[in-house]
Design a protein around this ligand. Sequence first.
Ligand SMILES: Cc1ncc(COP(=O)(O)O)c(C=O)c1O
Length: 356
Amino acid sequence: MREIRIDLERIRENYEVLRRVARPAKVMAVVKADGYGHGAIKVAKFLDDDVDYFGVADISEAVNLREAGIKSPIMAWIFNSLEDLELANKHQIDVGISSFQHLQLLTHVQHLQLHLKVDTGLSRNGFTVNDLPEAVEKFMQVVESNNHSTKGIFTHLSNTNENEDNAQFEVFETAIEYARGKGLEFELAHASASNATLSYPGKHYGMVRCGIALYGLSPDGRDVSGLPLEPAMSVSSEVINIKRVPAQTGVSYDFRYRTEKETTLALVPFGYADGLPRAAEGFQVIINGQKFSQVGRIAMDQFVVDVGDSEIKIGDRVEIISDENPVAQIATRANTINYEIVTRMGSRPDKTYGGD
Ligand SMILES: Cc1ncc(COP(=O)(O)O)c(C=O)c1O
């Protein structure tokens, strides 16, 4: 009745495309937020034999991967407690170090593999250029005293425009030089997520961190049609009721839609509880190869499509997201980005997996 299908083989192929783009840099497969809604454990298991790194936000996400048997290096960059760091130690999870509070916590644990985060302008996590002298000194001290090791130095971009990105790269390179000048040794510098990986071939450093492109989707504002990236998620449902109605029939809550003339309404059991935003009202679906507009309020469990005089039957498949009906149109309709749509997709229906 409701199907969210994930093609794991496409994810692997997308990973290989990103590897070719980034070579000789490594590619981190970002699987946070349950693999952007694609199923982190399924995706990670599928890639585990041949992946450079996995990336997640929370330590708990990394622990879930380890407990599922994932062997490849994993890095996590959001945490706030000693318990998190103890788990990172126990499960061999690299951590991003972003604040003086983090440096303090590091004095209570041993043997962690670390990546120092520089805030080059995004104003989220990381040490600013002003903080860097004190941060690098304290960082090197705690690495030495607590037997930690330094794996990398990293930053994250705002993707505002080329000028702003270049300004961030410049700050990053100054920070790298400064840290190296102070004697900090590390193997990997990394700054670019999907957008910058595809936009700035000269800025891959030692590794890139790709999330959205791994799932075959375009980073916000960037056209990837020239690359053989293929969307891994498709979403479909079916028509479960058909109704012929006269002109001026009100449809769904608040009667935000009234039929102009006599028409046929098809009911589809997929709603915001399944991850389809209520704000996407008016998005397009495909039934039997024909495009139709969803009409009226999207409800918790269902929506209505005005199919006019088309011969649509109960049981006909409804493509909500497919190669022919990309997630971008739902995102645009809902005034958001494709990331948010796929990440929230599937709170109720089970996902089914192909390609494995
Ligand atoms: C630090 C960091 N690196 C990489 C990524 C991956 O970004 P994208 O999905 O745009 O490739 C994210 C995602 O937000 C992130 O927070």
